[in-house]
Ligand binder design. Structure first.
Ligand code: ZN
Length: 136
């Protein structure tokens, strides 16, 4: 399934660099002892800008699912209908990711099922990757 190639900015560059190394690194605020995603310049809770990066294990659960039958994203038109799932990260359940659940047919995504992190090489990207989630 072709996906959009990310365009990192100064704040998100370390995140995308880790994904290209097939690791998932999230920002961590020492004051709040909380992880943060997506990357931001400051902690979304306390506003401090002293954030570090922490690798996470990459286990999660499907919270919600839906199926896309039409899209304005040209690269994705050949894939409709496709799943979009909201995945909750087990080690920080307040952090959610979107996933297309590779390998799962549209309308067959099991709500509540456990998933794990995988990395897909992006077509036409010269070795760039994107994080994804697959059923365990
Ligand atoms: Zn904070």
């Amino acid at each position: 399934m072709p996906k959009t190639i990310p365009e990192p900015d100064a704040v998100s560059q370390p995140f995308w660099d880790s994904v290209d190394q097939q690791k998932l690194m999230l920002q961590h605020c020492a004051s709040c002892d909380r992880l943060q995603y997506p990357p931001r310049a400051q902690c979304q809770d306390c506003g401090k800008a002293e954030l570090t990066w922490r690798e996470v294990e990459g286990k999660g659960h499907i919270l919600e699912t839906m199926v896309v039958h039409d899209t304005r994203v040209v690269r994705r038109k050949i894939d409709v209908p496709f799943n979009v799932a909201l995945v909750s990260l087990d080690e920080a359940p307040y952090i959610n990711f979107l996933s297309n659940l590779p390998g799962v047919k549209a309308h067959e995504a099991p709500q509540g099922a456990p998933v794990e992190l995988i990395f897909e090489e992006l077509e036409g990207s010269d070795g760039r990757f994107i994080h994804e989630w697959k059923l365990i």
